[in-house]
Design a protein around this ligand. Structure first.
Ligand SMILES: Nc1ncnc2c1ncn2[C@@H]1O[C@H](COP(=O)(O)OP(=O)(O)OP(=O)(O)O)[C@@H](O)[C@H]1O
Length: 211
C-alpha cells in the first residue's frame, strides 16, 4: 500500500469529532478521487494525510512508515485556497525556492511569468498564486500529491491546462494522486477510482496492509 489512513479519528474540539474511524488505502499506480458533501471532513482528512494535522487516534502510513516529523514530506498537499498556504510577507521567489529550485522551462510550463517571482502574494490573482502552489508542491522529493479543490478558482481553460500538465508530471515521475473534488466529472476523467467520503468510516476503500 502506498498511502494508508488507519482508524483515523479527529475533532477540532473534543466534543465534536469530524472524522470517526476513517480507513483509506491507496495502492501504487492508483489515482483516487474523494468526493462528499461540503463540511463532511475531506479537507481535514487531506491535512491529516499530508501531516499538517495530527489525528487524535489512528495513523497515517506512507510506504508502510509514518510520515516524517521533520524535513520534506513526500506527501504534498495543494490547498483550495493558495493565499492560506503562502507566507504573505515573502516574495514568491523565496516561497518557491524554500521547497526547491525549478528551472525556467518548468516555470514556463506551469504558466508562471518570471516577473511574478519578484512580487508579494497579494500582488497576484488567486489563479496565478495557485500555479506557484502547484509548482512548489512538485519538488523532486515529492512522491504523492493531494489536490484539495486545486483548480476550483480557475477558469475552465486554465483548469484543463493545469490538470493536463499535472497528469503529465505525475505519469513521468510515477507519483500518486488523491483528488478532493465536488466534480464527479473531473473525478471520473482523472482518476482510476472514486471514493465517497461517507463510505470511508465503514472500511470501504480500504484494503489490508498485506498488499
Ligand atoms: N480550523 C477549524 N476549526 C474548527 N472547525 C473546523 C476547522 N476547519 C474545519 N472545521 C469544521 O470541520 C468540518 C469539516 O470541514 P472540512 O473543511 O474538512 O470539510 P470539507 O468536506 O473539506 O468541506 P468543503 O467541501 O466545503 O471544502 C466542518 O464542519 C468545518 O466547519
Amino acid at each position: 500500500m502506498l498511502l494508508e489512513a488507519k482508524d483515523i479519528c479527529f475533532g477540532y474540539t473534543k466534543n465534536n469529532m469530524v472524522l470517526k474511524d476513517i480507513n483509506l488505502g491507496i495502492k501504487p499506480g492508483e489515482r483516487v478521487a474523494l468526493i462528499g458533501p461540503s463540511g463532511c471532513g475531506k479537507s481535514t482528512l487531506s491535512q491529516i494525510l499530508a501531516g499538517y494535522l495530527t489525528p487524535s487516534s489512528g495513523s497515517v502510513l506512507f510506504e508502510g512508515k509514518p510520515l516524517p516529523k521533520e524535513g520534506y514530506c513526500p506527501v504534498q498537499l495543494i490547498y483550495q485556497h493558495p493565499e492560506k498556504a503562502i507566507n504573505p510577507r515573502w516574495k514568491l521567489q523565496k516561497t518557491l525556492n524554500e521547497a526547491w529550485e525549478p528551472d525556467e522551462t518548468f516555470l514556463a510550463e506551469m504558466g508562471i511569468e518570471k516577473q511574478w517571482l519578484t512580487r508579494y502574494p497579494n500582488e497576484l490573482s488567486g489563479g496565478e498564486l495557485q500555479r506557484f502552489c502547484v509548482a512548489r508542491a512538485l519538488g523532486p522529493q515529492t512522491q504523492f500529491v493531494i489536490a484539495d479543490e486545486m483548480t476550483t478558482m480557475l477558469d475552465v481553460i486554465t483548469q484543463a491546462q493545469m490538470w493536463r500538465l499535472m497528469l503529465t508530471i505525475l505519469e513521468k515521475r510515477g507519483l500518486g494522486l488523491l483528488v478532493v473534488t465536488h466534480s464527479l466529472e473531473l473525478a471520473e476523467q482523472i482518476c482510476s477510482r472514486v471514493i465517497k467520503f461517507e463510505e470511508l468510516g465503514t472500511n470501504h476503500g480500504f484494503t489490508s496492509v498485506v498488499d
